[in-house]
Design a protein around this ligand. Structure first.
Ligand SMILES: NC(=O)c1ccc[n+]([C@@H]2O[C@H](COP(=O)([O-])OP(=O)(O)OC[C@H]3O[C@@H](n4cnc5c(N)ncnc54)[C@H](OP(=O)(O)O)[C@@H]3O)[C@@H](O)[C@H]2O)c1
Length: 258
C-alpha cells in the first residue's frame, strides 16, 4: 500500500496543465512524487504553475510551450521531455477548447479547431510517446466529458470530439495492452474552471441547474481530479485499461431535477 499509489521516479506530461483540471492533475502527480511536464501554449501561465509545483512538492518540473493542434509542436514536446528526463511514463491528454453555438451555425474552420485540439491532438500526443512507453510500459489518461455520453445542443463539435475520445481510449487500450501501456479516460462533469466561467455568465441559470441536478450539490474543482488521475497513472490500476471514469459528483447518474 505504501507504493501502490506512488509515482516516484516517473515522468508525467500533462497537456493543458497550466490551468483548471490539468493543473489539478499536475498537483496530484507531484504530490505522488512524479516529475511533471506542463505542455500548453501560454508560457506565463505555465511558468506560474511549474514554479508553484516545484516549491510546494520539491519535484522536478518543466514547462514546454506546446500547441497540440500542431504535429511538429507535439513531436518537440516529447523530444524536449526526453532530453530533460530520459523517459516518459505518463501522458495526460487534457488540453481542450470549446465553441458554443447551434450546430447549423458552425463554420468548417470552427469544427476543425475543436477537433484538432480535443481529438486529433490527443491522438497525435499518444503516438508521439508510444515508442518511449514501449521501453518500460506507460499510462495514458485522456480527458473526455459528460458530453462523451450526453448530446449537447450548443456544442456539437465539442461533444463529438469527446465521444471520439472514449473510442480512441478503447482502441488504443486494446492495441497497446501487449506493450504494457494502459489507456483510460476521465470524464469530468461540471467543473469550476476558466472553460466554464464563460458559460456561467452566458447562462445565468447554470449555477442553479448544476447545484440541483448534481447529487453532490456543487460544482467540481480542479483538486477533485488529483486522486482519480493518480489512481489511473499508478500501479494501483495495472489491470485497468480502456475504461472511462466519470468524475462528476453523480451528475450522470441523476435522472431528475427534483
Ligand atoms: N470544466 C469543465 O466543466 C469540463 C467538463 C468536461 C470536460 N472538461 C475538459 O477538461 C479539459 C480541461 O478543461 P478545463 O475546464 O480545465 O479548461 P481550461 O482551464 O480552459 O484549460 C484548458 C487548457 O487547455 C490548454 N489548451 C487549449 N488549447 C491548447 C492547444 N492548442 N495546445 C495546448 N494546450 C491547449 C490551455 O492552455 P493554453 O491556453 O496555455 O494553451 C489550458 O491549459 C478539457 O479537455 C475540457 O474539455 C472540462
Amino acid at each position: 500500500m505504501d507504493t501502490l499509489f506512488r509515482l516516484d521516479g516517473k515522468v508525467a506530461i500533462v497537456t493543458g496543465g497550466n490551468s483548471g483540471i490539468g493543473e489539478g492533475i499536475a498537483h496530484g502527480f507531484a504530490m505522488a512524487g512524479a516529475a511533471v511536464v506542463v505542455a500548453a501554449r501560454d508560457q506565463k501561465k505555465t511558468a506560474r504553475v511549474t514554479e508553484e509545483i516545484k516549491q510546494k512538492y520539491g519535484v522536478p518540473t518543466l514547462g514546454i510551450q506546446t500547441d497540440v493542434s500542431n504535429e511538429s509542436s507535439i513531436k518537440a514536446m516529447s523530444e524536449e521531455t526526453l532530453s530533460a528526463f530520459s523517459r516518459i511514463d505518463i501522458l495526460v491528454n487534457n488540453a481542450g477548447v470549446n465553441v458554443r453555438k447551434p450546430p447549423q451555425d458552425f463554420s468548417s474552420a470552427e469544427w476543425d479547431e475543436v477537433m484538432d485540439v480535443n481529438l486529433k491532438g490527443a491522438f497525435l500526443c499518444c503516438q508521439s510517446v508510444y515508442a518511449e512507453m514501449c521501453k518500460q510500459g506507460g499510462k495514458i489518461i485522456n480527458v473526455g466529458s459528460i458530453t462523451s455520453i450526453f448530446g449537447s445542443a450548443k456544442t456539437a463539435a465539442y461533444a463529438s470530439s469527446k465521444g471520439g475520445i472514449v473510442q480512441l481510449t478503447r482502441s488504443l487500450a486494446v492495441a497497446w495492452a501487449p506493450d504494457q501501456i494502459q489507456v483510460n479516460a476521465i470524464l469530468p462533469g461540471w467543473i469550476d474552471t476558466p472553460l466554464t466561467q464563460g458559460s456561467r455568465k452566458t447562462f445565468p441559470g447554470l449555477d442553479h441547474h448544476v447545484e440541483h441536478r448534481c447529487p453532490a450539490g456543487r460544482w467540481g474543482t480542479p483538486a477533485d481530479f488529483a486522486g482519480p488521475a493518480v489512481f489511473l497513472a499508478s500501479s494501483a490500476s495495472a489491470f485497468v485499461t480502456g475504461e472511462t471514469l466519470l468524475v462528476d459528483g453523480g451528475y450522470a447518474q441523476s435522472a431528475l431535477i427534483v
